[in-house]
Ligand binder design. Structure first.
Ligand SMILES: Cc1cc2nc3c(=O)[nH]c(=O)nc-3n(C[C@H](O)[C@H](O)[C@H](O)COP(=O)(O)OP(=O)(O)OC[C@H]3O[C@@H](n4cnc5c(N)ncnc54)[C@H](O)[C@@H]3O)c2cc1C
Length: 420
C-alpha cells in the first residue's frame, strides 16, 4: 500500500490525513507538538464563514493599511524593519489585486463545499465541537463599508452564497445581546461556528482509531527528495531517525515555506499574526449578556463566536512581524475594549489571551496540489480561513494524490466534494 507522510497536525494536516485515509492510503501524520491543533488551530475566531471569503487584495486595503500603520490600536500593525520575506510578500499581494474578484468567488465556493464534509466527519466519529448553527452577522457602523459589503454580497452570490442585508432593527432582533448603533448589517444563516481545537482533536482521535499513525512530539528536521520517495528525518527527544515514504503532503502552517524550499518549491507563506481572547462566562449575568449569533465587525476586523454556555471568543488584528508569538498587551486591550463596548454586561475579569500566526499566501489562495517534483504535494497557506476551507482543500489534495498514477491505491473513494 502507498505510504504517505503528512507534515503538520493542525486543522489542515488532520483533515488531509483523514481524506487520504478515506482513499485507502497508509498515512503517517507528524507533528512536533504532543497533541493536534496546538499552533494556529488552537484558539482562532471559531467561524466557518463562507460569508468572509472576500480576499484582501484591493487597493483600498493597501491605503487603509498605510493609514493604520500610523494609528495606535489599529487592527493592522507592520514592523517596518527590513525583511526580504515581508516586502516580497507585500509586492506579490499587490500584484494579485487583479485577481480579487475571481479569487473571492473561488474561495467562497471552497468554503461552501467544505461545510457538509466537515460536519460529516464530526458525525462519523461522533465528537462534539461546540458547534452553533446560528449564522454569521456582519455589522457596520460606517455607510461606505456597508455599501462595499453590498458589492461583496453580489460576488458571494455568484459562488452560490445567500447573504442578506439587515436593518439596525433586524440586527437587534437577530442578536438582542448586542448594544450599539449600526448603519446596517449582512446576515448569512448558512454559516456556523465551533471550537477548532476540539474539532481537530476529535478528528485526530477518530482517524487514529481507524489506523492513521500519529507521530506526535516529533520534530521534522529534514526532507530529502529521491527517486524512490521522500526521506523524512525526525527527532523525538534524543532519538533521531530517517524514514522513506512514497509521497508527502506538507501542511505545516507557517513552516511550510521552509519545507517547500527543501523540496525545491517556493511557497511564499507569511506568518500574519492575530490575537484572540476567550472570555470566561462564569456568572449567569455574563452568560445572558453574551451573544449567541456569531459576529463579524468588518471595520474593526473582529470576529466572535460563542463556544457553549460559558465561553465567548473574540479574535482579530493582523500583525506583520515575522515568526513571533509574543502576546502584546497593547494588541489584546482593543479586543477587551470591543467586548466591553458592545457587550457591557459581560464580565471581562477572566479573558484568556492567545496569539497565532495565520499561514497566508500573498494572493490569499491556499496552495493545494502537487509540487514541482514527483510525490510532493501541498495543502497549506489558508490564511484567515484555514478552518473554513479545511475539509474542501483536504479533499482536493487527496484527489491530486490519487490522480497520480504511480501512487493510486486500489480502493475506490466513496466521498466526493459536494461541489462536484
Ligand atoms: C486570530 C486568528 C483568528 C482566526 N479566525 C479564523 C476563523 O474564525 N475561521 C477560520 O476559518 N480561520 C481562522 N483563522 C485561521 C486559521 O486558524 C488558520 O488558517 C488555521 O488554523 C491554519 O491551520 P494549519 O493546519 O494550516 O496550521 P497550524 O494549525 O499552524 O498547523 C501546522 C502544524 O505544523 C506543525 N509543524 C510545523 N513545523 C514542524 C516541524 N518542524 N516538525 C513537526 N511539526 C511541525 C506545527 O506544530 C503545527 O501543529 C484565524 C487565525 C488567527 C490567528
Amino acid at each position: 500500500m502507498t505510504r504517505l507522510a503528512v507534515i503538520g497536525a493542525g486543522i489542515t494536516g488532520v483533515s488531509t490525513a483523514s481524506s487520504l485515509m478515506d482513499r485507502g492510503l497508509d498515512v503517517t501524520l507528524f507533528d512536533r507538538n504532543r497533541y493536534a491543533a496546538m499552533q494556529t488551530s488552537f484558539a482562532n475566531g471559531g467561524q466557518l464563514s463562507a460569508s468572509n471569503a472576500e480576499t484582501w487584495n484591493r487597493w483600498a486595503t493597501v491605503f487603509k493599511g498605510m493609514r493604520w500603520m500610523l494609528t495606535r490600536g489599529a487592527p493592522l500593525l507592520v514592523n517596518p524593519a527590513p525583511s526580504w520575506h515581508k516586502y516580497s510578500w507585500m509586492a506579490e499581494f499587490i500584484a494579485a489585486i487583479p485577481q480579487y474578484r475571481d479569487n473571492t468567488i473561488a474561495t467562497a465556493r471552497m468554503a461552501i463545499a467544505a461545510r457538509g464534509l466537515l460536519r460529516e466527519k464530526a458525525a462519523r466519529y461522533g465528537f462534539d465541537f461546540d458547534a452553533e448553527d446560528r449564522g454569521i452577522l456582519h455589522i457596520y457602523t460606517d455607510r461606505a463599508e456597508f455599501a462595499h459589503a453590498g458589492r461583496v454580497t453580489a460576488l458571494l452570490a455568484e459562488a452560490g452564497l445567500t447573504r442578506r442585508a439587515v436593518t439596525p432593527e433586524e440586527i437587534r432582533s437577530l442578536e438582542p445581546a448586542l448594544s450599539g448603533d449600526f448603519h446596517g448589517g449582512y446576515y448569512t444563516d448558512s454559516d456556523f461556528t465551533g471550537d477548532i481545537h476540539r474539532y481537530t482533536m476529535g478528528l485526530a482521535q477518530g482517524i487514529a482509531r481507524d489506523g492513521t499513525d500519529l507521530r506526535f512530539g516529533t520534530e521534522i528536521e529534514g526532507l530529502t527528495h529521491g527517486p524512490d520517495g521522500i526521506c523524512v528525518t525526525w527527532t523525538r527527544g534524543a532519538d533521531r531517525q530517517s524514514e522513506l515514504f512514497d509521497a508527502i503532503v506538507i501542511c505545516a502552517g507557517v513552516e511550510s515555506r521552509r519545507f517547500a524550499a527543501m523540496l525545491g518549491d517556493r511557497v511564499n507563506v507569511y506568518p500574519v499574526k492575530g490575537y484572540s481572547i476567550t472570555v470566561r462566562l462564569d456568572d449567569e449575568a455574563s452568560q445572558q449578556a453574551a451573544p449567541w449569533v456569531s459576529l463579524l465587525d468588518d471595520q474593526a476586523k473582529i470576529v466572535t463566536s460563542r463556544l457553549g454556555r460559558d465561553r465567548f471568543r473574540i479574535a482579530g488584528t493582523a500583525e506583520f512581524n515575522g515568526t513571533n508569538l509574543d502576546i502584546r498587551d497593547d494588541r489584546i486591550r482593543p479586543l477587551v475594549a470591543w467586548c466591553e463596548r458592545f457587550f457591557p454586561g459581560v464580565s471581562t475579569e477572566h479573558a484568556i489571551p492567545w496569539a497565532g500566526l495565520r499561514p497566508m499566501m500573498p494572493n490569499m489562495m491556499p496552495r493545494v496540489g502537487p509540487g514541482r517534483r514527483p510525490r510532493v504535494f501541498y495543502n497549506t497557506g489558508h490564511g484567515h480561513l484555514g478552518w473554513t476551507l479545511s475539509a474542501a482543500t483536504a479533499e482536493m489534495v487527496a484527489e491530486a494524490v490519487t490522480a497520480d498514477a504511480t501512487l493510486a491505491p486500489a480502493r475506490p473513494h466513496a466521498l466526493r466534494m459536494a461541489a462536484e
